[in-house]
Ligand binder design. Sequence first.
Ligand SMILES: [Fe+2]
Ligand SMILES: [Fe+2]
Length: 161
Amino acid sequence: MPLSKHKIRHFNEMAHYIRNHRKVQEMKKYVQHGDVSVYDHVNDVAHTAYKIAHALKIRFDEKVLIEGALLHDFFGYDWHEDKVKRKLFDMHGYTHAKRARERAVKYFGIDRKTQHVIETHMWPLTIRSFPRTREAIIVCLADKIVSTRETVMGKLPKRKR
Ligand SMILES: [Fe+2]
Ligand SMILES: [Fe+2]
């Protein structure tokens, strides 16, 4: 179900500060999957999470959900590059949520609830770090949906997209 114009405008207002921050803009340089940048990925996850939360008609903290989603992959490097450090980047799946949380605290001073969204988004890969709030569960789910779509789309010939 598409979001109303009013909700899209509200979403954009809530996302404005983080999206336009210099450190978040840097995410345009890093590739997430295929030809999708990390910046586009986190925007898509935030948008998808917001849509799911509204579709479920549940109460949720908009600021926590949107900011947590926008910063969930705020790890700040290209995980496909640097062959020398391959071992570290093999562990990217396990380590980047913690790094993203630490950077989000450093640059945005986010609260505990938003930190929880970021640090648990890789569950079930990070088995002991599981989402316990509505916002964290929805962002974790939205990330799986968007990542799967990016991976599948990346494998299709361009003209079929
Ligand atoms: Fe991630
Ligand atoms: Fe992600």
